[in-house]
Design a binder for this molecule. Structure first.
Ligand SMILES: Nc1nc2c(ncn2[C@@H]2O[C@H](COP(=O)(O)OP(=O)(O)OP(=O)(O)O)[C@@H](O)[C@H]2O)c(=O)[nH]1
Ligand SMILES: [Mg+2]
Length: 407
């Protein structure tokens, strides 16, 4: 389950481009000049924003599928847009639930195999299995024969799957209520081993089972599950998935920061190259529209817009005012053209070496823009914004969940 990137690791500055694409970018510039190279970068940003991720969630009726889907979208049961839960009638069709801020990430609530009373292969055909990136199989008690067969079929079709054991806090609560003295970590380890061995007995060798409570997204294996799902995606899908995660831990925020950082040089190149708005007092022109959008998006991805703060407060069971009280940044108000121009005029590029930016990857960018260029300014501005938002988002997580685990 490891392999997480962190701030101290040196992330690649261009993970969204493969070697061939980088080569293409260089030759585009050499053969056709800046306009062609910038249009390739622009296309890549479009691809990143448009990438679709479809996640199938299946399991017995009542196992907690809809509640899990709500938790992954940062919603509570009963919130506007939340999947209905409890004793409501179970849907017989796959139902899509789009992420509230990143609708390209979609969770599909599937009826369990048992609910439909069909064989595992027919079930997968009916559910249009080919459209999903991976499957999450939820169970809360015994793993039933239906799920065993289903897992075999999913495997045969070459799709990834993950086992999630929900309602884990019930197990701990009942042990506490029975007066048992126990070490929580050890007990969870035993439950996990038990689940894995039961799966093995059923002929499923799995890398693991995640023990979660959908009401406690910063606890048990919820953060590890999110990390594993994200690590198993390619860089472009990972980018969207990562940004869609509710801010349950400081580590998630660090990872969001890293993925956004990888986009900054592309945005700065575009803003500098397409620049139409001269900045008063500076002999520079930037595309202010790109910056307004980038700053607004960064704020939302880091959960600092009003709606995201409210959702996090609901999940943490705290008044939203407690979360807002720790936010100290000028970036909370309206982000418009004037605001961005004010920020640009106050941005100093002293101290950034353009060489440290992306030149090892894209030498052309460096030769195009000097340190005191539009590129340098927008690069520095977006970095400052990202640092400021990250620090505030971390404070919000701490205010929401107390000492949020670093994991
Ligand atoms: N304590 C606890 N309760 C949960 C958890 N997940 C789900 N529940 C509860 O279990 C019940 C069933 O959850 P749902 O999410 O509706 O289950 P489902 O799998 O979608 O059920 P169907 O739609 O009927 O297939 C609800 O009362 C939830 O509140 C959890 O992690 N912890
Ligand atoms: Mg349901």
């Amino acid at each position: 389950m490891g392999g997480a990137s962190s701030r101290d690791q040196q992330p690649s500055k261009s993970p969204f481009f493969n070697q061939e694409e980088l080569q293409g970018l260089r030759s585009a510039y050499e053969e056709d000049g800046l306009v062609k190279a910038v249009s390739l970068i622009q296309e890549k940003i479009k691809d990143l924003d448009a990438i679709k991720l479809n996640i199938a969630v299946t399991g017995e009726s009542g196992s907690g599928k809809s509640t899990f889907i709500n938790a992954m979208r940062g919603l509570q049961n009963g919130d506007v847009g939340a999947a209905p839960t409890g004793n409501k009638e179970t849907t017989m069709e796959p139902t899509p639930y789009y992420h509230p801020t990143l609708p390209q990430v979609c969770f599909w609530d599937l009826p369990g195999v048992g609910t439909l009373k069909v064989t595992a292969d027919k079930y997968l055909t009916k559910m249009k299995f080919e459209q999903y990136d991976f499957f999450i199989i939820i169970f809360n008690a015994r793993f039933k024969d239906n799920e065993v067969k289903l897992t075999g079929e999913i495997k045969r079709l070459g799709k990834d799957f993950y086992f999630v054991r929900s309602k884990i806090e019930y197990d701990l609560e009942s042990m506490k209520m029975s007066g048992m003295k126990f070490n929580e970590k050890e007990e969870l380890g035993k439950i996990r081993d038990h689940c894995v061995s039961k799966l093995k007995e059923a002929g499923i060798s799995s890398s693991g089972v995640f023990l979660i409570s959908s009401f406690k997204i910063n606890k048990f294996d919820f953060p590890a599950l999110q990390e594993t799902l994200s690590n198993n995606l390619n860089d472009i899908k990972k980018h969207a998935f990562m940004l869609s995660l509710p801010n349950a831990t400081v580590k998630i925020i660090d990872q969001k920061r890293n993925t956004l950082e990888n986009k900054i040089w592309m945005l700065a190149t575009m803003s500098g190259a397409l620049g139409a708005v001269p900045i008063p007092g500076l002999s520079l022109a930037c595309d202010i529209g790109i910056l307004v959008t980038a700053i607004t998006d960064f704020r939302q991805y880091l959960g600092l817009d009003d709606a995201s703060l409210q959702r996090l407060a609901n999940m943490a069971g705290k008044p939203v005012g407690d979360l807002k009280a720790v936010v100290k940044t000028p970036l909370m108000g309206e982000i418009n053209k004037e605001f961005v121009i004010r920020m640009l005029t106050g941005t100093t590029v002293v101290g950034i070496s353009i060489a440290e930016v992306v030149l090892d990857f894209i030498p052309i960018i460096g030769s195009l823009f000097g340190a005191a260029s539009s590129f340098g300014m927008t690069y520095k501005l977006l970095h400052n914004v990202l640092d400021d938002l990250t620090q505030n988002a971390e404070k919000v997580v701490e205010a929401a969940f107390g000492t949020a685990p670093k994991y």
